[in-house]
Ligand binder design. Structure first.
Ligand SMILES: Cc1ncc(COP(=O)(O)O)c(C=O)c1O
Length: 467
């Protein structure tokens, strides 16, 4: 091959390929042996990171080795003892498909032959998997953008022409008091305004109070406001609570309001036998967000927005562009983004490789591990379970013999993150600072849960002693 560009790999191509895949294998083997969560950057890396723009290259092999070291010193969510936020796991076949996809650099903005069909097929499979129905939608960069996209569609439906003429301040949105902040942020970006987002109180199970929702919509209608959408959360980020979808759907149907489900974290569990019943009513939603890069395990980024009437996307986003006239309609007419990578390939490949059964079994295993963690916490005198898990988030705290329990648990989370044996983030629930492990990694087992408990007890006692 005559490859003369200064940017081609030339003779380094084969060794670089071999090196890259050897490094991936090494990383996977390291994850399996449950290495610590967050080693601090080495002096060598800090030195490299202080350097200015290199004018001449060091070559691909050298640069890849540097990149590998920096990755090794970064907080990898792929590790089975990463319990922070809502993590994922860098599913192995997904990582490989991602490399393949990048090699072809397909752009999903315009018609891209098979890739365009793969995207739609993958969306259909996800809809089927979670019981939404095999409909249409769009692949996004994640939950934030999926929610924003759905609410743009709902806004145009409730207030036709608002995409061109702007809003008049009448629109309102409804969420539970424990919804993700991406809804407030969407309201701000869409000109609805976060002050028009009604935070509906939650019940004892931390699920949206449906009577309060109906009353709030009624009161807003009396005042001449225009309800744009109700957003139910199917797996809140704080505790994993699933709002009562069927009851909310009934209110939306009766009031003629768009029903969106934010299932960015929790919706995959709709496919399981043990938790599926919590999601009854998902088949009644107008749209739903689900992040494949969370609990469908593939590497970031891969968000899915399911939309029952996909033409509503076109009515919201289509524009005439004199530089895109070769097709009657381009995929970009149904999305917010222009250039879009081939994000769905990794999920498509994973469904083909493991089948829905493989995913169901990994999800059930995560749910079972979370339930066992809750049981272990309940049974220990020095630990307190703060919320019974509905899905795979298990908020609990270590109870010190004296002093402020909130300050103790905040410091405990910080200390454990620094030590790096396990990675847990803290959260505030009803004013209480808690440890909030979330289990969304197919690699996480009971052994990792035992390590978590042992680390919490050991570190908690050291803090009490003032060590
Ligand atoms: C319920 C919920 N919605 C939306 C998001 C935002 O998703 P992303 O980070 O993919 O934009 C999250 C993130 O954790 C979430 O838990």
């Amino acid at each position: 091959m005559s490859d003369t560009s200064a940017l081609s790999l030339g003779d380094e191509r084969l060794p670089a390929l071999e090196l890259a895949f050897a490094l991936v294998r090494e990383a996977w083997e390291g994850f399996d042996s449950a290495r610590p969560g967050q080693p601090p950057p080495s002096a060598e890396s800090l030195d490299l990171l202080a350097q200015s723009l290199p004018q001449t290259g060091v070559g691909a092999l050298h640069a890849l080795k540097e990149a590998e070291r920096l990755l090794d010193e970064s907080l990898a969510q792929s590790r089975p003892r990463f319990f922070g936020y809502v993590g994922s796991s860098g599913l192995e076949v997904g990582v490989l498909a991602e490399a393949l996809s990048a090699s072809h650099d397909v752009n999903l903005a315009s018609l891209a032959a098979a890739a365009t069909m793969v995207e739609q097929q993958t969306i259909g499979w996800v809809g089927e998997f979670v019981g939404f129905g095999r409909v249409g939608g769009v692949v996004t960069s994640g939950g934030m953008v999926s929610n924003l996209t759905a609410l743009a569609v709902a806004r145009e439906r409730a207030l036709p022409g608002s995409r061109r003429m702007g809003l008049d301040g009448r629109g309102t949105l409804y969420v539970s008091a424990e919804a993700h902040s991406s809804i407030d942020r969407s309201a701000e970006l869409l000109g609805i305004g976060s002050e028009s987002v009604r935070a509906i109180p939650v019940d004892a199970d931390r699920r949206m109070d449906v009577a309060a929702l109906d009353a709030q919509i009624g009161a807003d209608l009396v005042e001449g406001r225009v309800p744009i959408a109700v957003v139910a959360t199917a797996g809140t980020t704080l505790t994993g609570a699933v709002d009562p979808l069927a009851q909310i759907a009934a209110v939306c149907r009766q009031r003629g309001v768009w029903f969106h489900v934010d299932g960015a974290y929790g919706l995959p569990a709709a496919a399981t036998e043990s938790a599926g019943h919590l999601f009854a009513g998902i088949e009644l939603a107008d749209s739903a967000t689900i992040d494949a890069h969370k609990w469908l395990y593939v590497p970031k980024a891969c968000g899915i927005l399911l939309v029952r009437d996909p033409d509503a996307l076109r009515r919201t986003f289509a524009h005439d562009a004199s530089y895109m006239v070769d097709a009657a309609e381009n995929p970009v007419d149904r999305t917010l983004e222009y250039s879009r990578p081939f994000r769905s390939l990794k999920l498509w490949t994973a469904f083909r490789a493991h089948g829905a059964e493989g995913f169901r079994s990994a999800l059930e295993s995560n749910l079972a591990v979370a339930r066992r963690l809750a049981d272990r916490v309940r049974a220990h005198a020095d630990l307190e379970l703060v919320v019974d898990p509905q899905l795979s988030i298990v908020p609990f705290r270590h109870v010190p013999s004296g002093g402020s329990i909130d300050a103790h648990n905040a410091e405990l989370a910080r200390r454990m993150q620094e030590d790096g044996d396990v990675y847990v983030t803290s959260a505030v629930i009803d004013g209480m600072t808690v440890l909030r492990p979330c289990i969304t990694n197919f690699r996480t087992t009971d052994e990792d849960i035992e390590a978590l408990i042992e680390t919490v007890l050991r570190t908690g006692r050291a803090l009490e002693r003032g060590d």
